[in-house]
Write a protein that binds this ligand. Structure first.
Ligand SMILES: Cc1cc2nc3c(=O)[nH]c(=O)nc-3n(C[C@H](O)[C@H](O)[C@H](O)COP(=O)(O)O)c2cc1C
Length: 250
């Protein structure tokens, strides 16, 4: 038996990547190796998450971290069922099997295959995190700003340690069952479903629209001179792969 780690006297593990490089390569990771995430890695990720900013530093974020206990298995099973139902609908609504989606190896077909694999294997995700928001006033459209930065910190810290994850809305369909299972009190919002694990595939740069389409200077629509992508930046359109801009809202 290895000696239990004395975490109280153990520093955080070193980063494997610089901050800017980490930010620009934190992709949505939906395929995981079948290996657990050790407590010292979870501790570093959740430490980073809980260092996030929030309005007035109220720190209303809480994290349910589910790995392999009975509640974890039950929560994963609940969300897995919901995820499969959601993906079946999205596949049809976003026409994943039409156009370039019918061409093997196209970005659209690869995305569909990744999603299919993700929902089929959801019960086996190494770590399921349910970030929550303890509401301290009536809901406002702005309240997410006190929990989602913490979610992104979590994903960035995972990236820093060679792990990967993705934020989803899969819990929505089974929220009451999850609340009952995990004892989430009244007045607490389950804000997201995040899965984390060691990526099965490659890490690489995210693809977005060119900076000049997304950043304006003195007035809407006019990019400042400095809004120029670094050399070699790869781009993609907004929305599901292969869709027209008019269908890119979901
Ligand atoms: C608010 C929000 C909701 C999301 N919901 C889902 C979801 O329900 N299912 C899913 O597989 N990914 C979901 N994602 C992940 C996005 O699809 C992903 O971040 C986006 O496609 C960019 O992927 P990339 O960083 O790998 O380029 C969500 C992300 C955000 C920020």
């Amino acid at each position: 038996m290895p000696e239990p780690l004395d975490l109280a006297s153990t520093a955080l593990p070193p980063d494997t990547v610089g901050l800017l490089a980490g930010i620009t390569t934190t992709r949505a990771i939906r395929r995981y190796r079948d290996e657990p995430v050790p407590p010292e890695a979870l501790r570093a990720m959740l430490f980073a998450a809980t260092r996030a900013p929030s309005g007035s530093n109220r720190q209303p974020f809480r994290f349910l971290v589910l790995t392999d206990g009975p509640n974890a298995r039950a929560a994963k099973a609940l969300i897995a069922e919901a995820a499969r139902r959601i993906w079946v609908n999205k596949r049809e609504e976003d026409h994943y099997d039409e156009g370039s989606g019918a061409v093997a190896g196209s970005p659209k077909a690869r995305m569909a295959a990744t999603m299919q694999h993700y929902v089929e294997h959801f019960e086996r995700v190494p770590v399921l995190v349910l970030p929550c928001l303890v509401r301290y006033r009536d809901p406002t459209p702005f309240e997410g700003a006190s929990v989602y930065p913490a979610c992104q910190n979590l994903l960035l810290a995972a990236r820093a340690l060679g792990y990967g994850g993705v934020l989803t809305g899969f819990h929505g369909m089974v929220e009451q069952e999850l609340r009952d299972l995990l004892g989430v009190p009244e007045g607490v919002l389950v804000a997201a479903t995040i899965t984390i694990g060691r990526p099965a595939g490659h890490l690489g740069p995210v693809r977005r629209r060119p900076i000049g389409e997304l950043v304006f200077g003195d007035a809407w629509g006019a990019a400042p001179d400095w809004a120029v992508d670094p050399p070699g930046t790869a781009h993609t359109a907004a929305g599901p792969p292969g869709t027209s801009p008019s269908r890119a809202a979901g």
